[in-house]
Design a protein around this ligand. Structure first.
Ligand code: ATP
Ligand code: MG
Length: 205
């Protein structure tokens, strides 16, 4: 049976934290493939200033995963448009890859909010989450909330991965670019090049 891991995110931009964590989790959990799933933020919701378009975010993910075997990207959430709920996305993926075992990779900062997601108990019946430590966050709080809301069975649906921590965030990268500071080593070289070429996040070409 194929074992698939889905790595969802805004990837604005994708960085070494995402890539290292995905690779480490893949090795630890023996996943056949990691599917990067950029979330689609509809144009009318792109209210944050200094964010990149779907096309630019996708292009950067494609450049970043080039050097990694078994990493692929899915445009599912863009193709569907509007707001995508993970529950609906997983239902769709199960049809796409019948019989595959599906896991969702999540950082502990996001895990804290998982109990509020759309149809969480139904989602947890379909998949396991693999949580990776993120410096400054305590994911256990998220599991406690989940158990309080839905019962003890949900605790087994969250697997804690022992992966090396990388203290990088897209927010920090966007801010550094805005301030004209270097981002060398924080993203793959091809991504860095593309950020400057496209003048993203206020980077001066
Ligand atoms: P932003 O600062 O814009 O929120 P981000 O760096 O958090 O960006 P996202 O696209 O929001 O990146 O994250 C996608 C997923 O990757 C989330 O599950 C998040 O928890 C996880 N993640 C991102 N960066 C790291 C990191 N350095 N270590 C562990 N997990 C991470
Ligand atoms: Mg984030």
């Amino acid at each position: 049976m194929e074992r698939l891991a889905i790595m969802g995110g805004t990837f604005d931009p994708i960085h070494m934290g995402h890539l290292r964590m995905a690779r480490a989790v893949q090795r630890q959990m023996d996943f056949d493939k990691v599917v990067f799933l950029p979330s689609y933020i509809p144009p009318h919701k792109q209210t944050r200033s200094n964010c990149a378009s779907w096309q630019d975010r996708l292009a950067m993910v494609e450049l970043a995963i080039q050097e990694y075997d078994d990493f692929v990207v899915s445009c599912l959430e863009f193709d569907r448009g509007g707001i995508s709920y993970t529950y609906d996305t997983i239902k769709f993926m199960q049809k796409l890859w019948p019989g595959a075992e599906i896991y969702l990779i999540i950082g502990e900062d996001a895990l804290i909010h998982l109990y509020k997601w759309y149809r969480v108990p139904d989602l947890l019946r379909l998949v396991h989450f693999v949580a990776a430590k993120r410096s400054g966050y305590e994911g256990e709080a998220g599991v406690t909330q989940l158990v309080r809301a839905y019962g003890p069975w949900v605790a087994e649906k969250v697997i804690h991965a022992e992966v090396p921590e990388t203290a990088i965030s897209s927010t920090e990268i966007r801010q550094r670019l805005r301030e004209g500071k270097p981002i060398r080593g924080m993203v793959p070289l091809a991504v860095e090049k593309s950020i400057y070429e496209r003048g993203l996040y206020g980077a001066e070409p």
